[in-house]
Write a protein that binds this ligand. Sequence first.
Ligand code: TXA
Ligand code: MG
Length: 321
Amino acid sequence: MKTLYIDVNTVDNVIAAWRSGQCVAFPTETVYGLGADATNDYAVAQIFAVKGRPQFNPLIVHVSEIAIAKPHVVWSAQAEALAHAFWPGPLTLVLPRSLSCGISPLVSAGGETVAVRVPAHPVAQKLLAAFGGLIAAPSANRSGRISPTTAAHVQEELGGLIPFIVEGGACAVGLESTVVDLTGDAPRLLRPGSITADQLEAVLGQNITPHTQSQSGGLHAPGQLESHYAPQLPVRLNAGQVAADEALLAFGSVELTGAACMRNLSASGDLVEAAAHLFGHLRTLDQPHYRAIAVMPIPETGIGVAINDRLRRAAAGRWGN
Ligand code: TXA
Ligand code: MG
């Protein structure tokens, strides 16, 4: 199969591919997704095959509007409040599957819950609205690798494995969506993202339980495994100096000197800009002729929490494939 770049005007090709059970990579405001019909077991199995993803890791279902997802989940006042505040946008809600849920059990990794999101990217909106259904989509990278934030990254990851990559420019957010679990007694943050815990708490009017490894037991949200976002090179965090054979991921106006190669996440110290550049810069620096990627400290505030979360995972090593 050859990977083609298509333009949004060729929406019909994407819809036809989705209807016939194929996978198509498409842009969202967070990262590029690898989408297929969430109600088609074969199509969902293709996603796992293309990514080389462990079957126990559940997928996020994408819809153009809430009404399309509602029959498949148990909707709640909390879901309504968060959806009203943040959709379309970079927030994923984990909800109980409804009795009439038509979503493939593979999407839920055999469990009783399903993750749903309404993306804001105009190309995603256009494709999902034209499809009119539910699209399961993980990030469009091979399992265990950095999420793609441009169509060129998707080409690097999955070129030749899927029929289409829809070009949609660089992703504005650049980090995967915030994931909130609404299936328990209290809302739980499963993955930090650009929508922060403070913002969620302000809308819910209650505290949100921060995620920890022990809570999940490694199964509830496998995306939380430490090594999920891994470049090939070792990653050294909070670098106060840099060696001549290291690549430097800098932040702020005062850059360390002496690195073999350098990229700055944001010279002005803007965390939103830093998030948008994170995965692209990690990819650029991840070259075998350097010994390691040294990362300057990033403030643990706002979206900096999510940036540091991804960096800690990157530093924890490889997933294995
Ligand atoms: O921004 C995003 O969320 C991107 C774009 C493409 O939408 N998607 C994405 O998908 O990051 P993925 O598969 O790479 O990460 C989904 C995360 C994983 O950590 C997974 O374990 C968790 O969401 N997840 C999915 N369904 C879940 C469920 N039913 N219960 C708990 N966690 C779930
Ligand atoms: Mg992913």
